[in-house]
Design a protein around this ligand. Structure first.
Ligand code: ADP
Length: 476
């Protein structure tokens, strides 16, 4: 599965970017609007001062006529306008409070010297003042203004909408981004699940590419081509070791036969006989290694093509224990079998028997005389469990994983060392059956190997009863 953090990080960065852009856009909009509105008001008011001067200039000296002309033309009180005309600081005309009372003209100060041409925002109105020089050299100042409430409210409305819209937009963008990223990465999750399930027991499997977008699909195709190459290289190596092991088997059998023939000769000096016995033992050990190699290479390359047949686990358990009881007896070890009712699974009988043989052989090998080895079979609706437990020398925890690797042996563990392949073979067989093998052990307290196999369609067999313990071989 795709780590959640990747989706989270992508959406987080995407939303952060969106937030920064959103804030930038909002600031730009508010500042732009304010500037545009101010410029437009300034233009209108400056134009109006000109108009007022054209109307009022000729009437200077008759304040009543001046006021009447301005009132008639501009209706400042009704239209929420502010008009004031002064000469040399003496006010000749000033409009009254507007009907809507949205600003107070009496609170608007006279323009500062040199303040002509600029727009001020005072007492609820925008005001622009313009100076005009009279023929006698005096300076007349015309002020035109209008209420600022409309613009102020519009700007506040704009700010409020942006402040509300931004989180809403971010929420929608975040949720849809999350869904989109998850959808886009879903093929990667499928590929991860499929990759986890890939193993040498299913060499034909490949990563699913259906519905993948281009870069992920291309990656999947490359990985699948790499798997093809790995698979064929692995098949090649497996075939090579299988062939080599086969080639070694015949000469080894011949050497063993010849050695046995020489050993049988009656007139052999004692030291030659001892040397021959040692050579024969080593040859037999080599033979066992070669057999193990053949089995391992078959596990790797041919398992997938073998047929699965119903196998009665109870039957092979009791049969194997019976066949191996002599081995245990020789070492003065008790070998018990606790196989309950019949448990049938679809499997390869010979391979499962090999698992039991390897585990029992090890248990007997690594348990001192007088010890005890118990083989039991239990089952649940879904799983059949084979347990081989001994009270021998045990295995320290640092070896628990590695002993299932090929050629791994614990130095000096038992008297008779094998090739370190028995448990690797057992693990391969279990994996090929869709099962697993586990070890519980402490040095000096014996070892318990637990083989769990899926039961498939057959879930009818009841679990084993503890009263079913059958003593097969008893030492003193
Ligand atoms: P080998 O053919 O050498 O027995 P295995 O793969 O069967 O190889 O076992 C690997 C090693 O694991 C052995 O060499 C031994 O040291 C240890 N081992 C396996 N089974 C037991 C056991 N029942 N008790 C103690 N040690 C064991």
């Amino acid at each position: 599965m795709i780590p959640r953090s990747l989706t989270f990080r992508l959406v987080f960065w995407y939303c952060s970017l969106l937030f920064v852009l959103g804030v930038g856009f909002s600031v730009y909009t508010v500042v732009g609007f304010t500037r545009y509105a101010d410029a437009s008001s300034h233009r209108t008011l400056a134009g109006r001062t000109q108009e007022i001067w054209r109307l009022a200039g000729p009437q200077l000296g008759d304040n009543a006529a001046l006021a009447a002309a301005i009132e008639r033309r501009f209706e400042p009180e009704n239209q929420s306008r502010f008009i004031r005309l002064s000469v040399g600081g003496v006010v000749l005309y000033a409009s009254g409070p507007p009907v809507e009372a949205d600003f107070d003209p009496r609170r608007i100060p006279l323009p500062r010297p040199g303040g002509a041409g600029q727009m001020i925002d005072e007492a609820g109105a925008y005001v622009v003042a313009q100076d005009f020089t009279l023929p006698d050299g005096r300076v007349a100042t015309v002020e035109a203004g209008r209420r600022d409430a409309v613009l102020r409210e519009t700007r506040q409305g704009l700010e409020t909408s942006l402040i509300v819209a931004l989180p809403l937009l971010l929420g929608i963008a975040g949720a849809s981004g999350w869904l989109l990223v998850r959808r886009a990465l879903a093929p990667v999750s499928n590929m991860i699940v499929a990759a986890e399930a890939l193993s040498f027991n299913s060499p034909e499997k490949r990563l699913p590419l259906l519905g993948t977008l281009e870069p992920i699909g291309l990656l999947g195709q490359s990985l699948n081509r790499m798997l093809d190459r790995l698979d064929s290289a692995y098949q090649h190596v497996s075939q090579f070791s299988a062939d080599t092991a086969h080639e070694l088997r015949t000469p080894l059998t011949i050497i063993q036969g010849e050695l046995e023939l020489i050993q049988a000769a009656a007139d052999l000096p004692e030291h030659f006989r001892a040397a021959l016995t040692a050579m024969l033992q080593e040859t037999m050990r080599l033979g066992r290694i070669v057999e193990s190699l053949i089995t391992l290479s078959r596990m790797g390359s041919f398992w997938g093509k073998q047929a699965h047949l119903p196998v009665d686990l109870r039957e092979i358990t009791t049969e194997t224990v019976e066949q191996m009881h002599l081995l245990a007896e020789d070492k003065d070890i008790v070998l018990e079998c606790a196989a309950g009712d019949t448990v049938t699974i679809m499997a390869d009988r010979n391979r499962l028997k090999q698992v039991l043989v390897n585990l029992i052989d090890n248990a007997v090998k690594f348990t001192p005389p007088g010890g005890r080895v118990t083989v039991s079979l239990t089952s649940s609706a879904t799983t059949a469990t084979l347990i081989v437990a001994d009270n021998g020398i045990g295995i320290s925890p640092e070896h628990h994983t590695a002993i299932f690797d090929r050629s791994y042996r614990i130095g000096g563990g038992g008297g008779e060392l094998g090739a370190g392949l028995g448990l690797a073979i057992a693990k391969s067989i279990c994996a090929a059956h869709g099962g697993r093998i586990e070890l519980t052990s402490m040095p000096g307290h014996g070892a318990t190997f637990r083989v769990e196999l899926p039961r498939g369609l057959d879930g009818s067999s009841p679990a084993y009863r503890s009263s079913d313990v059958i003593r097969v071989a008893t030492g003193s």
